[in-house]
Design a protein around this ligand. Structure first.
Ligand code: HEC
Ligand code: HEC
Ligand code: HEC
Ligand code: HEC
Ligand code: HEC
Length: 453
């Protein structure tokens, strides 16, 4: 379980704790549970007095919503808490979810915290203080909230020698690294499976080698002042945008799509092959990343003949082990939801809730009984990782026996690459509002060939 995995890093923890804390209290991960109080932390509204722009940028980013956002509330209170109360194997998540989603609640030992509607300080989620009081991590690998928080007047930033009337500032190398983000963006399930690995994916890819951490893409630089009371401007102020899956502008174009036919002229009954290339040119990790158990990225290909008749082309199979998980299907899945809810009549929900036969770029998560799950904490194994890595190009083919009755003339073939944050069948069943299942068109491409007599 979480507690054990953090203890395994115990030696490291002690060394770091001595170096990092003047109070000798610095703890991270599960060791930090209940070691602080809410009152040890300042509110974001205090920071707003001077850091006006950052406050409103942050307020629009999902990390300020990580506790109050509807789907977070539903998954935590409807699934995770009841599950933790009945299955000892996952008991730790009742507190543990908040190690990342509401760090103040976690370190204050407030479990479960009041509902978001109560307006408690748990709602501050990943606040200014959470990031700017971090002094290190407890192990060589970042995961499961193993950041070390040290509340107090010292705020850690990215510049040497900046002066504030409200607090002391100190330069932090760690804050500028991907490993800092990884303390919450990598997660291991109680079964020891990596169920979030954005920083680990990044570390294996080209951007780590080129020294381009998360901050470059998610906190872009612009000239200005970081506080309205700041003495001088800087050419490279780190904007607190943190745009990701909830920003269509960020998701659009993340993957480029091109396609071409194997020939330009065919007769009815001939075989033609359409080839599609998908290039991840914009993203520092795999797409989808993070909550891969519930994100969907799929390629839908259609041909339209000269009379406007539409044909859906299913993707060619490559024949690798576990490939069926990477081709859309509506077989019943997510049966563990029924067990968590104590509903023996629950049969499951359609796996992808999409047209069948499309390629879906995913990493399937399986519960202890080998069934697909969207409960990442209940993940005991995973299937083949068929997501698109940073600067990777995936090639898909579509072999088509052109129908005998197709219209003579030009056929247009279209490919649409779509993204959805949450499987629609799951969202509908759990009552998650529709914005979470909005479909974002990542990219599209088209090509053509002619059908002749
Ligand atoms: C009374 C005004 C004021 C308040 C309130 C305030 N700050 Fe600051 N802060 C400043 C000024 C001024 C600077 C220096 C900016 C500069 O010179 O570029 C600064 C700098 C910083 C830096 C260092 C930035 C760097 O470039 O390294 C951090 C981090 C920071 N503040 C965080 C916070 C947090 C978190 C809060 C709320 C708990 C907060 N501040 C509240 C005025 C304030
Ligand atoms: C080269 C630019 C780049 C770098 C570096 C980068 N990202 Fe991203 N990130 C993106 C883009 C573009 C998207 C939108 C596409 C998507 O959702 O995957 C994104 C999406 C995300 C998402 C949402 C993923 C999902 O599908 O739910 C998270 C979370 C995220 N990034 C965190 C990070 C973290 C943490 C790091 C560092 C370890 C990082 N990113 C590094 C460009 C980058
Ligand atoms: C998810 C973590 C995170 C949160 C939340 C966060 N920050 Fe930051 N902040 C950073 C990082 C990382 C940097 C440094 C970026 C770099 O240099 O790569 C930074 C930089 C800053 C700076 C200096 C900017 C510059 O370029 O001079 C200030 C000031 C600051 N943050 C204040 C705030 C305030 C105020 C809030 C809340 C409204 C806040 N931060 C919320 C991570 C965070
Ligand atoms: C204390 C934990 C914590 C730290 C540290 C942290 N994050 Fe996050 N981050 C979260 C959580 C929790 C979410 C999910 C928010 C939600 O509920 O949708 C998230 C979501 C995101 C998203 C997705 C936003 C979207 O639109 O869906 C991005 C991008 C992101 N974080 C970037 C970063 C970067 C970059 C850093 C480091 C500078 C960082 N985070 C550090 C906890 C953290
Ligand atoms: C190690 C840190 C960590 C832990 C522990 C954690 N989460 Fe998260 N969670 C994140 C991050 C980071 C994201 C954003 C990933 C992305 O954008 O793809 C996220 C995303 C989510 C989302 C999707 C939000 C959205 O709007 O799309 C939900 C729901 C969620 N978490 C619920 C939970 C629950 C319930 C638990 C406990 C069983 C939990 N999380 C445990 C870090 C964590």
């Amino acid at each position: 379980m979480r507690r054990r995995s953090v203890l395994a890093a115990g030696t490291c923890l002690l060394i770091l704790a001595v170096g990092a804390s003047v109070h000798g209290q610095a703890r991270g991960g599960d060791e930090a549970y209940g070691t602080r109080k809410y009152a040890d932390f300042e509110r974001p509204e205090t920071c707003r007095q001077c850091h006006v722009d950052f406050y409103y940028q942050w307020q629009q980013a999902m990390m300020s919503q990580a506790y109050v956002h509807h789907w977070d509330e539903i998954e935590y209170f409807k699934l995770a808490v009841p599950h933790a109360e009945k299955d000892p194997k996952v008991a730790g998540v009742k507190a543990g979810c908040n190690g990342c989603h509401s760090p103040l609640a976690f370190v204050s030992g407030d479990t479960p915290p009041p509902l978001p509607s109560a307006g408690s300080r748990a709602n501050e989620a990943v606040s200014c203080e959470v990031c700017h009081l971090v002094v290190g991590r407890t192990a060589d690998t970042s995961y499961n909230y193993n950041y070390i928080l040290e509340p107090g007047r010292v705020k850690h930033g990215n510049r040497e020698g900046v002066v504030s009337p409200h607090h002391i500032t100190r330069y932090s190398e760690f804050l500028r690294t991907a490993e800092f983000c990884g303390t919450c963006h990598n997660e291991k399930s109680p079964y020891g499976v990596w169920v979030k690995s954005t920083q680990l994916e990044w570390a294996e890819g080209p951007y780590a080698k080129e020294g381009v951490p998360c901050q470059v893409c998610h906190m872009p630089r612009a000239p200005g002042r970081s506080a309205n009371t700041a003495k001088e401007e800087h050419p490279d102020i780190a904007q607190h945008l943190f745009h990701g899956a909830h920003d269509p502008g960020k998701v659009k174009g993340a993957i480029e799509v091109r396609m071409h036919p194997s020939e330009r002229e065919v007769e009815p009954g001939d075989r033609i092959v359409i080839t599609v290339q998908l290039f991840n040119g914009k993203c520092g990790h795999k797409v989808p990343s993070g909550s891969a158990e519930e994100r969907q990225l799929w390629l839908h290909v259609e041909a339209v003949d000269a009379k406007g008749r539409v044909y859906h082309l299913p993707v060619d199979r490559k024949g690798f082990a576990g490939e069926e998980q990477t081709i859309t299907s509506n077989e019943l899945a997510y049966q563990d939801i029924g067990e968590i809810l104590g509903d023996p009549t629950f049969q499951g929900l359609p796996r992808d809730a999409l047209p069948e036969g499309d390629r879906i770029f995913c990493l399937p998560y399986f519960d202890p009984r080998g069934r697909r799950t969207i409960a990442q904490w209940n993940t005991a194994s995973q299937g083949v990782d068929y997501r698109i890595g940073p600067r990777e190009t995936k090639i898909e083919t579509y072999t088509w026996l052109v129908p005998q009755d197709i219209a003579i003339g030009r056929v247009t073939v279209r490919a649409e690459l779509n993204y959805r944050r949450l499987v629609k069948s799951v969202a509908d069943f759990l009552g998650v509002p529709e914005d979470e299942t909005e479909i974002i068109r990542v990219n599209e491409a088209s090509t053509w060939f002619d059908v002749v007599d």
